[in-house]
Design a protein. Structure first.
Length: 155
């Protein structure tokens, strides 16, 4: 069949040692040095005021992720600008609406009601142990959470 498929242009070998073929393939693979890299399969972000998810770590980011940050004015966060405390909800998924994605965790941050245009900077990174670290930068307070991710989970 192979000879017919290639219209007789190739010589079909029938005395091949299967073990040698496997060993040759392994050697060739090592020579090519293909590097497999872990990446995020879904966006990781927070819910903002309009109910959508704002991705901080986009899908396809190579792991480990080092300090991805986004800056928000406090009115973009859930609850708006008049609250003293904000609940930051963290989601993982590729849907536009936050509630349609997988909820990972939440943490509370303090907001200064007196500051009119206060910016809130949220930072995320994923370490070699697949732990997502989320924190607010520049607040001087201990506002952070660690979330253990299952990076091998199938969709």
């Amino acid at each position: 069949m192979i000879k017919d498929y290639f219209k007789g242009k190739i010589k079909v070998l029938q005395n091949i040692n299967v073990d040698e073929v496997v060993a040759y393939g392994a050697t060739l693979s090592a020579y090519v040095d293909v590097k497999i890299r872990d990446i995020t399969s879904k966006d990781i972000g927070i819910e903002i005021a309009d109910g959508s998810m704002s991705a901080i770590i986009p899908r396809g980011t190579v792991l480990p992720v080092i300090n991805k940050t986004l800056s928000y004015k406090k009115e973009f966060l859930v609850g708006g600008k008049n609250l003293k405390n904000q609940i930051i909800k963290i989601y993982e998924g590729n849907k536009k609406k936050a509630l349609e994605n997988a909820f990972l965790g939440k943490f509370e941050i303090k907001v200064d009601k007196g500051k009119k245009d206060e910016k809130i900077i949220i930072a995320m990174h994923i370490d070699h142990n697949s732990i997502l670290h989320v924190k607010r930068i520049g607040s001087g307070k201990n506002e952070e959470i660690d979330i253990h991710l299952n990076m091998n989970e199938n969709e």
